[in-house]
Design a protein around this ligand. Structure first.
Ligand code: NOJ
Length: 580
């Protein structure tokens, strides 16, 4: 189709607010890189990444051009859910290093101009936590039990769980304890693994403990917190039975999570029924309280919600001006590579977050979902959080997946607001499908008896050097999850200096995004392009993403960058271009 050069612009987004000269509200436009410490870099060679490993590789992240890093939990933990089962919120797990290692890492990141966000896990503790151990050792009705959600069972002997709730990881959300006198006793609630008992956030003592945890890390100079399960901490009174509508297994919350990759429509604004354990109004008081605590500190810090809440207009409540600053945009992550769906979710996001004065965020991959270099080539439904494995019907086409992933990232990084990157996506890493069963560690795998593969496939340790043991993850060749033999081709050193590499593309995208101020810009839709195209203008940059299967004409403008090879003035399928 031939395009004229008079394209029109429609549909304005809410303009982002300018940060002031001191860098206040830096997070409005930041690109934040998720470090998953156990898989990033392993300095002591035991096969599990650690904080000294992070410190050693910070210069590479600075060269990539990110503004901040967010570290998944590195706190004391038995690691039954990869550290999202915290046994001491104010200590570093020896497997990851020491508090001094944290401070060195943070000092170095700040020296290199990058902010540091840590992960706080308030919905549940580890069952190893001293608070839970004290609750187990105490009698029903005791103050210690009040810190968690203990209930008597149903049935004559209390032998049935208190209600019908199911764990996000599969199976019942309740486990029965043996009382200190040896008799079968009460049940405790765990929305995730049985090793992750839910805290009772109606209990003021619990609130006070977490104020202390926030201050502990704020006193050490962190730049913010990513808040785990930020939609789950308050449960409906009486804990009523609830059967969720069939859904696809996101990290909880009834997101439209079947990853349905074709024909999925923009996030509908109809409000689905609210589960009695998600998105209860009471959570907002907690975040107002936390907001005030962050305000006590000099400088500018961010609270980002991991909240699987829909519709987006409801999620926006988490980022009202006196609550959190950002919420992950999982609706965006779950969109197929399809122009109308993408336009829809971008519009919905900018409108919903803009209505409360918050920036939108954008994200395509994290440690809980199938990596987007694989996900965008799936031809079958794959519920997020369920993972994919060797027995799935069709192998996704790796080349197609990477081409789409590069194009999708080039579109995402052109949008105003804040973007989250997951370690390894800058190398184009795919999901690892062929993990041996006995290597899998996600509790989802065991709790569903192998029915769901879980999330290990996106968590495989990073390849740094093509010709080194464990591809440079460490020097011993140990790796807590096996790396595929062909990962030398994704290694960072194999990509450095190659202008066609995914690493070069990400580096260029981040540099041009900054140079053109896109993070603080606004979206204007361009008309006159074929339906399969997302075409927008942000500042002085025109962005054209071709999600279709045929080439389209580029129109006017000098090519600033492209996610893949162009065909003269034609934009091939699954390619995004930035024109200036
Ligand atoms: C969300 C985290 O991202 C996920 O990895 C974890 O398993 C659950 N919350 C429970 O903490």
């Amino acid at each position: 189709m031939l395009l004229t050069s008079q394209k029109t612009m429609t549909s304005l987004s809410a303009p982002a607010q300018e940060p002031d000269a001191q860098g206040r509200e830096w997070w409005r436009s930041a690109v934040i890189y998720q470090v998953y410490p156990r898989s990033f870099a392993d300095a002591n060679g035991d096969g599990l990444g650690d904080l000294p490993g992070v410190t050693a590789h910070l210069p590479e992240l600075q060269r990539l051009g990110v503004d901040a890093i967010w570290l998944s939990p590195f706190f004391t933990s038995p690691q039954r859910d990869a550290g999202y089962d915290v046994a001491d919120y104010c200590q570093v797990d020896p497997a990851f290093g020491t508090l001094d290692d944290f401070e060195r890492m943070q000092w170095r990141a700040h020296e290199l101009g990058m902010r540091v966000i840590v992960d706080i896990v308030p919905n549940h503790t580890s069952s190893d936590h001293a608070w839970f151990q004290a609750a187990l050792a105490s009698a029903p009705g005791s103050v210690e039990r009040e810190h968690y959600l203990f209930r008597d069972g149903q049935g004559d002997e209390g032998q049935l769980p208190p209600n019908n709730w199911e764990s996000v990881f599969g199976g019942s959300a309740w486990t029965r304890v043996t009382e200190p006198d040896g008799t079968p006793g009460q049940w405790y609630l765990h929305l995730f693994d049985s090793s992750q008992p839910d805290l009772n956030w109606q209990d003021e003592w619990v609130r006070e403990q977490f104020r202390g945890v926030l201050r502990f890390w704020l006193d050490r100079g962190v730049d913010g917190f990513r808040v785990d399960v930020a939609h789950g901490m308050i449960k409906a009174p009486g804990l009523p039975d609830y059967t969720p509508p069939a859904e696809g297994g996101s990290m909880g919350g009834g997101a439209p999570s079947d990853g349905a990759l074709d024909g999925m429509q923009p996030a509908a604004e109809a409000e689905p029924p609210t589960a009695p354990y998600w998105a209860q109004e009471g959570v907002h008081d907690i975040y107002r309280d936390w907001h005030r605590i962050l305000d006590e500190y000099e400088g500018d810090r961010v609270l980002v919600a991991e909240a699987w809440v829909e519709p987006m207009s409801k999620l926006a409540k988490w980022v009202r001006s006196d609550e959190m600053n950002q919420a992950f945009n999982f609706a965006y992550l779950e969109m197929p590579w399809q122009a109308s769906a993408l336009r829809g979710v971008i519009d919905t996001s900018l409108a919903a977050f803009g209505s409360v004065g918050a920036p939108s965020t954008w994200v395509l991959s994290n440690h809980d979902v199938v990596r987007h270099a694989t996900r965008l080539a799936l031809t079958f439904d794959n519920p997020q959080g369920h993972g994919i494995g060797p027995n799935m019907p069709v192998r996704p086409d790796a080349e197609l997946g990477l081409r789409r992933a590069r194009a999708a990232t080039a579109l995402m990084l052109s949008l105003p607001g804040s973007s989250y990157l997951f370690q390894g996506e800058e190398l184009g890493l795919p999901e690892v499908i062929d993990l041996p069963d006995d290597a899998r560690q996600d509790p989802t795998w065991t709790r569903t008896n192998g029915e769901r593969y879980g999330r290990d496939g996106c968590r495989v340790p990073l390849p740094w050097r093509a010709a080194s043991p464990a591809f440079g993850f460490n020097s011993t060749g140990e790796s807590w999850l096996p790396q595929p033999a062909d990962w030398a081709r994704y290694a960072r050193d194999a990509q450095e200096g190659d202008p066609a590499s995914t690493l070069a593309l990400y580096t260029r995208l981040l540099a041009e995004r900054k140079a053109h101020g896109l993070g603080l810009g606004e979206v204007r839709w361009l008309d006159g392009y074929p339906e399969q195209v997302v075409a927008l203008r942000n500042g002085d940059v025109t962005v054209i993403a071709n999600t279709g299967s045929t080439s389209v004409e580029l129109g006017d403008g000098e090519v600033l960058l492209a996610s893949g090879p162009l065909d003269g003035r034609l934009l091939p399928a699954d390619t995004t271009v930035w024109l200036a």
